[in-house]
Write a protein of this length. Structure first.
Length: 348
């Protein structure tokens, strides 16, 4: 009959191995209990890991669109607020010019001139609105200030042209009829605010691009996400203002002044109509962004749900395992400590 024994050294080695394995399992279980997903997706899912990567990529793309759309919405909101401000200025100009048609006393003229100057100042400053360092009315030239006030130079040009026009008719300025001044405005002043003149590199008001920004708001949808300072609405509002300030400062007769007011009102009304059109176009784009965001939210929720189903672990089960492993480790530490205290000296 043979006797066998197990040395305390062998027992300690086995316990150390157990401790090492338990510690590794404890780290994994703790991670899963905290995050609710597998600690090692590749090991746990095997071939299913590719599907997990695909879901994660799709979720990241959705989040990128949502972030981009928030920036696009901010730019369009600022544009809408600016356009509303310009429209209000145009409406005020029409109101003051209409009052001027009824009475051309010095007070009415002064109010109309002040309104025209205020409208022009409002137009230039508002058209140069920027958001996050980008000019919202610059079209695709986002880093270029759209408008420069050229009112002084163009007013001088109008006054000079008016004198030449009157001379060509063999009249002085104050002898021009309403019909004649109307013809002058239509044939000489209005062309100065055509898009080509407005954007002329040397003498034009605008450095904006006439091409608006386009933005992708989802994987399948692109919108026009800006407007620009070269629009008819902004050009005609400047035309209405300059027509008023340049010509009411001249020695015109009563009939000619009424004609100037009438043309300025017509231009201002056309301008506000154009501004409303710009607002409507931006409004349609804003609505499409809202719908795209709703669809992205739904898509993200669905993908998140699928990812959780694929990667998710039973948190309660993982927590229970953590507690069990902690108990095992404490027991193992205690046994190792007692084994280390074993010695023949204690029994001699």
């Amino acid at each position: 009959m043979k006797s066998s024994f197990v040395s305390s050294s062998a027992m300690q080695s086995m316990m150390r191995l157990t401790i090492s394995q338990s510690q590794a399992r404890l780290v994994t279980a703790s991670t899963e209990a905290t995050t609710g997903v597998y600690a090692d997706i590749g090991v746990s899912l095997g071939s299913g890991a590719a599907k997990s990567v695909s879901f994660s990529s799709a979720i990241a793309q959705t989040e990128a669109f949502q972030t981009s759309n928030s920036i696009i919405s901010l730019r369009m909101d600022a544009s809408q607020a600016a356009l509303s401000s310009i429209q209000d200025a145009g409406d005020a100009l029409v109101s003051n010019l209409t009052a001027l048609q009824a009475s051309q006393d010095s007070t009415s003229v002064a109010v109309a001139l002040q309104s025209a100057n205020d409208t022009l100042s409002q137009l230039v400053s508002t058209a140069n609105t920027s958001v996050n360092g980008e000019f919202v009315f610059a079209g695709t030239n986002l880093d270029v200030q759209p408008l420069t006030d050229k009112s002084a130079a163009i007013s001088d040009k109008i006054v000079s042209a008016l004198e030449d026009y009157a001379s060509s008719l063999g009249k002085s300025t104050n002898e021009l009829s309403g019909e004649e001044i109307t013809t002058f405005i239509s044939d000489t002043v209005e062309p100065m605010f055509s898009e080509s003149a407005w954007t002329d590199v040397t003498e034009g008001w605008s450095s904006a691009s006439s091409t608006n920004m386009t933005s992708r708001i989802s994987t399948s949808e692109t919108i026009t996400s800006s407007t620009n300072a070269n629009s008819e609405g902004m050009r005609y509002l400047a035309l209405a203002s300059i027509t008023t300030t340049a010509l009411f400062g001249q020695d015109l007769g009563t009939d000619a002044q009424s004609a100037v007011a009438s043309k300025a009102i017509s231009y201002a009304a056309q301008a506000t109509s154009g501004i409303v059109t710009q607002q409507s176009q931006l409004g349609l784009s804003q609505e499409r962004v809202e719908k795209a965001n709703d669809a992205l939210d739904a898509q993200s929720s669905l993908l998140q749900s699928k990812l959780v189903d694929l990667q998710g672990v039973d948190v309660y089960e993982a927590s229970t395992l953590v507690n069990s492993l902690q108990t095992q480790l404490e027991t193992a530490y205690t046994l190792v400590s007692k084994l280390q205290q074993l010695s023949l000296v204690n029994y001699l």
